[in-house]
Design a protein around this ligand. Sequence first.
Ligand code: CO
Length: 469
Amino acid sequence: MRKMYFTDTTLRDAHQSLLATRMRTSEMVPVLEDMDSIGYHAFEMWGGATFDSCMRYLDEDPWERIKIIKKHVKNTKLQMLLRGQNILGYSNYPDDVLELFVKKAIDNGIDIIRVFDALNDPRNLQKSIEFAKHYGAHVQGAISYTTSPVHTVEKYMEFAKSLVNMGVDSICIKDMAGLLTAPMAYKMVKKLKKDFSLPVEVHSHFTTGLADTAYYAAIEAGADILDTATSALAYGTSQPAIEPFVAMLKDMDDVETGMDVEKFIPVNKHFIKVRANHKDTDVSLTGIDTRVLLSQVPGGMLSNLVNQLKSQNALDRFDDVMKEMTVVRKELGYPPLVTPTSQVVGVQAVLNVLSGERYKLITNETKKYVKGMYGRAPAPMDKEVMKMVLGSEKPIDVRPADLLEPALEKLKKEIGVLAQNDEDLLSYALFPQVAKKFLEEKYVARVKVDFDIADENVKEFPDVSIYPA
Ligand code: CO
């Protein structure tokens, strides 16, 4: 009997996809022990957009979240999503920042690090894989899945080979837009299992309605792990729900889950309540969105785009922008549309349409992308567009992060006493403005509270000049 494993994404991808990443740690804690008793392989609970969101919207320390969850979860592995050399930000960071980040994530309790690069450029993953292995995590290499004339099974296998050569412990097919069909899932899983003797995991989104059948095909082809969410936070732009899979697998003769459908009931009840707390950011997509099948645009990006056009009073140009996005993506060498390339393509397409002249306005990000600062595009870029964007500048041909100087010492000086430990320093390294504000509130507010309590007894006021105004 073969065992089918499941990674639960409720604490990360599910609410990132459905609720704009607004779930609080306090909304997770009450149900963690129930979840831990189900028999999941792992909880994906950190990384992606959660880090930024904790500080920006929730006034929470993202590092505390790992520690708190770890305290309640004894049986299930904790997994994070790392954007390779982009860490959890939107462009490449120097190696010294990446190394400390990976070390601290593992120190605080992360067991599995899933790394991906938007462009599937192995050079952008090399160091994260090396560091994650060095500090003792299970490192999973992800293939960013998309469809285009240059994205063939052979191309994906070539990339998978480079992941294996770099020493990954398992491989994930990461389908962020829900484009993976059942036949493709079958072919890819079968080939991965045949070529490499490593566990294979499939991660998809229900956005287009393809994911359930793709997962079933993946099971048939020998996949080891599937990514699902609790049904209250499944479907739409999130992952497929776990419960139907557990029920279905009971009827398969050679596969078992070791899970009991009963056990999901209290967990699901809890997340129904949690979801109701976030009506204001809920994408409220309960069915499927087939537009994605044509545009390859991930769900999250669609809602961003609508908001962007709304704010410009240009919602009537939505169809033009969608068309333009396909053209821009082709001209830029068919990047998979995932953070950060989704933003590069999306914003440039909006500018091309709204300014009335293509590439008349060019974002910094487009320039960096065309220059090669995000890595190598899957296909050659359009020569004319390159000229319009770069002028006389030449694209780079080295690993982008090789051009970055070590940054930790400089950052340490910049942030000063507001970084009380490496974790604070890393928060600042990744999101300088957001983290500075967050750390000021964290430490200055705490000092104020201490003063209030101590006020009656302390005659001489301590020196507060070290705290920024
Ligand atoms: Co995802």
